[in-house]
Design a binder for this molecule. Structure first.
Ligand code: FES
Length: 192
């Protein structure tokens, strides 16, 4: 702030010095409002620049803080929200599927399907029937114990869901099963 007043004083002195060389009466001819704006806005332009930068910094810090708090809040909501895919859908009665037989069922709703297979030597397994290449529905090939995707000749191992041939590189999502009171339920899709 000292600089401001020095600068103001310097400006005043310079004005006085330049007025000294003028004919008498010229100094008085300065418009009377010459200093009025200084009284109304007594900051030197350099101080004004500092204030602006300080305000910008404050804005950035406050903005970053608000963004951080909002992100943390969303993460918290996501953490406590129940799993959107966790739901129970009855798919078959125990013993209803013969060994090596498969059944397609709606999961998690009518817009998505899973496929339940009673695998020889392993028992019941279920996967999403949506091919991990471009989302065609896969079919169970009982003679080869594989899932076949007819769109681009993709194949998946029925015991693991892993891709065996064709363009798919990711395994079929597993569907977790639960058995209760003689009923088989699909409860959750597990991305892998
Ligand atoms: S969509 Fe299944 S192999 Fe392409």
């Amino acid at each position: 702030m000292d600089d401001e007043y020095l600068d103001n004083a310097a400006v005043s002195d310079t004005t006085a010095a330049s007025d000294a060389g003028k004919p008498a009466g010229a100094a008085e001819s300065q418009p009377p409002q010459h200093q009025e704006w200084r009284e109304e806005f007594p900051y030197h332009w350099r101080a004004d620049d500092l204030v602006t930068r300080r305000d910008t910094l404050r804005f950035l810090v406050a903005g970053s803080g608000a963004l951080f708090i909002a992100t943390a809040g969303l993460a918290l909501v996501g953490a406590v929200r129940p799993d959107a895919t966790a739901q129970r859908v009855a798919v078959a009665r125990v013993g209803e599927l013969a060994v090596n037989e498969a059944r397609v069922f709606d999961f998690p709703d009518q817009y998505g399907q899973g496929i339940l297979v009673n695998l020889p030597g392993k028992g019941l397994v279920a996967y999403s029937d949506v091919c991990t290449h471009l989302s065609c529905a896969v079919l169970y090939q009982a003679d080869q114990r594989k899932f076949h995707c007819p769109c681009h000749e993709g194949y998946f191992d029925a015991f693991t869901g892993e891709p065996l041939a064709g363009p798919p590189v990711r395994p079929l999502p597993l569907i977790e099963l639960q058995i209760e009171d003689g009923m088989i339920y699909a409860v959750r899709e597990v991305e892998r």
